[in-house]
Design a protein around this ligand. Structure first.
Ligand SMILES: Cc1cc2nc3c(=O)[nH]c(=O)nc-3n(C[C@H](O)[C@H](O)[C@H](O)COP(=O)(O)OP(=O)(O)OC[C@H]3O[C@@H](n4cnc5c(N)ncnc54)[C@H](O)[C@@H]3O)c2cc1C
Length: 277
């Protein structure tokens, strides 16, 4: 999650097409409108958003999402500077910056679909739980998922990483081999996860252990032998401590170099990703 004044990956330069932008120019953020929301599972709310084709194309795969307070009919959105920094309005604005993943982007239809984990506290989870048709959210920029094609792929994550894992598997070459390990609360949280025939999918159930408190993901990776050869890539995203444990194992025991893995904490137990606006 970038801090509030961080440059955003993939942020478009400010200014009008064809004209050089002055150095201090900003561009408005892309505002998306909720079309519908549905429960993908008991704890995942799938929200369909509509915007211009350009906004839908720019909103992902990872998204710097600007989330207003629940029920705020006229959020005071920030702007985006030429270098990608978010320029916040002066005073209280009630908008929080959070990172999400576009599960699906369809620029032709101007659609973006996001799966929000309803984990309880938090401006983004609260917004998603309450958002009905017509509610708005904004996008400050998009970025890559960090995956790379490889002959053998390890994907390891929890429910916050499931949209990314879904996209990575959908785009993997048909001959890809490997394993996807997905930690969820229980069997009711499993989702259809199409994968190349050579990639196994294994669901890990917390079965009552609160998210971020167990070692399921790290234990599952620790039980895996390193596949032979160098054409191996591991993509890992989950609670930060779990990711740290898996990353250490993959760098140490598996000997993966920097170019062979992408491991990033998607959330931190007991800590908001950034202060609420
Ligand atoms: C690149 C990237 C992509 C992401 N994609 C997605 C996505 O597609 N869908 C998605 O749901 N999340 C995704 N996340 C994770 C999401 O950004 C965090 O869960 C974020 O903290 C949610 O913001 P919030 O305002 O709801 O809660 P915050 O205000 O950040 O946190 C409030 C409290 O909730 C706790 N908390 C936060 N997330 C969880 C959780 N998942 N389970 C249990 N407790 C939690 C925190 O520890 C804190 O105590 C992504 C993160 C990154 C970095």
């Amino acid at each position: 999650m970038p801090p509030s004044d961080a440059a955003l990956p993939g942020a478009a330069p400010a200014g009008r097409p064809g004209l050089p932008a002055p150095p201090d120019a900003t561009r408005p953020v892309d505002v998306l409108t909720v079309v519908s929301g549905a429960d993908a599972t008991p704890s995942v709310r799938r929200v369909l958003l509509a915007g211009t084709p350009a906004a839908a194309a720019a909103a992902g795969p990872t998204i710097s999402l600007l989330v207003p307070r629940v029920g705020d009919p006229a959020p005071r959105w920030p702007a985006v500077a030429r270098d990608g920094r978010i320029v916040w309005p002066a005073g209280a604005h009630g908008v929080s910056l959070r990172s999400y993943t576009a599960r699906r982007q369809d620029p032709d239809r101007g659609e973006v679909e996001i799966d929000f984990v309803l984990h309880g506290d938090g401006p983004a989870a609260a917004w998603a739980a309450a958002a009905g048709p017509g509610a708005t959210v904004a996008v400050a920029g998009g970025g890559p998922l960090g995956e790379r094609p490889a002959g053998w792929l390890l994907l390891a994550g929890d429910e916050t990483a499931l949209p990314a894992i879904t996209r990575i598997l959908a785009e993997a070459a048909p001959g890809t081999r490997g394993l996807a390990l997905v930690e969820v609360a229980d069997v009711a949280e499993e989702q259809p996860l199409p994968a190349p025939a050579g990639v196994g999918v294994r669901w890990l159930h917390r079965d009552g252990t609160p998210p971020g408190e167990g070692t399921l993901l790290a234990d599952a990776v620790a039980a895996l032998d390193r596949p032979a050869g160098e054409d191996v890539f591991a993509w890992v995203a989950a609670e930060s401590a779990a990711v740290r444990a898996v990353r250490a194992d993959l760098r140490g025991r598996w000997g993966l170099g920097r170019a062979q893995h992408h491991a990033i904490g998607y959330w931190r137990r007991g800590r908001a990703m950034a202060p609420a606006g």
